[in-house]
Design a binder for this molecule. Structure first.
Ligand code: IMP
Ligand code: MG
Length: 185
């Protein structure tokens, strides 16, 4: 199956928005340090660009999780594949994600991280699909863009591990998807 990528948010828009979020975070954390946690692999492109725009002292740590679940929908039960290297105790933690879809992964992850006694914990995501949310306990503190319910790639997001390196956000249009939308009309 071949797929085409339609640009949804171009590179200049993404860069500008990350700059704005970086400024906001720098103001909100004035006089403090912020400990950024990147959820691999999708969050890594956003984290790097965002960290460069933050002017308060920044430390970084990485974790990788996989969600047990059938097919493309996450079950919300998260397995930690790679844990953080450092303790969170007393730190002002900001979790940096690529996208929040159902919210199940983040809901579970935030509960795990809260038990590690950070001073504070907030959530920053590049993209949010609010229409898709099935949990009500995920509070997004910083969001790049609200997007419609479409499958997107680029800026860390993948389709079968591809397209993470695109410098913009695009929508995957497979022949099957195009066919379906033709049938619906
Ligand atoms: P959630 O538990 O449903 O919120 O799952 C969120 C995870 O699903 C994200 O961290 C992504 O890895 C993946 N995901 C959700 N929507 C997309 C998309 O449009 N493109 C690529 N990955 C996505
Ligand atoms: Mg992710």
């Amino acid at each position: 199956m071949s797929e085409k990528i339609r640009v949804l948010i171009d590179e200049a828009q993404v860069d500008l928005r990350i700059r704005e979020i970086g400024e906001q975070i720098s103001m909100d954390y004035a006089g403090k340090k912020v400990h950024l946690i990147c959820v691999l692999k999708g969050g890594v492109f956003f984290l790097c660009e965002l960290a460069k725009r933050i002017t308060v002292p920044v430390t970084l740590d990485f974790m990788s999780v996989s969600s047990y679940g059938a097919g493309t929908s996450s079950s919300g039960v998260v397995k930690i594949v790679k844990d953080l290297d450092e303790s969170l105790e007393g730190k002002d933690v900001l979790v940096v994600e690529d996208i929040i879809d159902s919210g199940r992964t983040l809901s579970y992850l935030i509960e795990i991280l809260k038990k590690r006694r950070p001073n504070s914990i907030r959530l920053c995501t590049l993209l949010d699909k609010p229409e898709r949310r099935v949990v009500d306990n995920v509070r997004v503190d910083y969001c790049g863009f609200h997007i419609p319910d479409e499958f997107v790639v680029g800026y860390g997001l993948d389709y079968a591990q591809q397209y993470r390196n695109l410098p913009y956000i695009g929508v995957v249009e497979t022949e099957e998807r195009e066919q379906r939308s033709v049938e619906n009309h």
